[in-house]
Design a binder for this molecule. Sequence first.
Ligand SMILES: [Zn+2]
Ligand SMILES: [Zn+2]
Length: 340
Amino acid sequence: MTAIRKGSSHAICLPDYGVTLDRSGGDEGHTFISHAHADHLPRRGGGGPDAAIVATPPTARLMRLRGYRGEVRELPFGEPLELERCRVTFLPAGHILGSALTWVEGKEGSVLYTGDCRTPPSPASEGFKLPEGEVDHFITEATFSLPIYRWPSGEELAAQVRGFALKSLEEGATPVFLAYSLGKAQEIMHLVAPLGETVQIHNAGHKLCGIYEEEGIDLGRYEAYDRDSCEGKILVCPSSAWNNGFASHLRNTRLAYCSGWATRDGARTQLTADELIPLSDHLDFFELIRLCRELRPGKVWITHTPNPAVVQHYLKEEGIASDVLRKNGKDTQAGEEDPS
Ligand SMILES: [Zn+2]
Ligand SMILES: [Zn+2]
């Protein structure tokens, strides 16, 4: 059996295979980056001379646009990379554009690592695909690790997003979607594109939109946020920008908070949002259990979770062995730079 351990700075290491999953910088074999969110990117800006960072082509481009200066070897989905002691293949993870499941096959057992993932996939991603073959070790995040997290269907969420935008505009108000700049913002743009209205997006997200369009994702009509012309358009910005005065000169705005955390009681009062849309780019609790049931791995390794015991309880009822991936007895908590 191959060893799995939590490395430095939240990286996950497979030392027998010379493979590191996310968050390293080059001195522990090959580092496979699952996607371009900050909590998964290489810890150092460049990596040493031996750094071998591997990512899908869209992830590599998003990383560079977000400031990564090191070398990145691009590995497209479905093309196996043969290393000395194992073979590694990326498969679409449905989380954001370019996001990948990492599938590692070798003599000491197979490992499937999710990074972050979503089933059903985000409509603004390449889809979701499982490997063919037995999974010995399944390493998965469990951000939404309680049964209170159950998302509405994709159709219901799309209707809620479009309905909020149209109703606000009809009432003469400017709709503002609070959504993370990479992934969620473009998903909302894709969902409102059929309305034919112009979207203005905060600069942090705007610079990433071209890569989505190059990969064939329709983002409709959009432009960068402009204080003087934003009134009456659909606005998209991260919560942090809103708190820093984004569009604060407009008197008549309607606010929609888009996140899996919008499911929680009290989120409305905390955020004074007019609408809570539980639009997440992670899988919900039941999708996670279903995925484990479908895969039937030798063992599930849980990471990035506030409530591993609840997940483990449900897995045990399914007859699936599980463990929590800990470093020095502590698990990584979800939420740190994690745009869920
Ligand atoms: Zn992510
Ligand atoms: Zn994450």
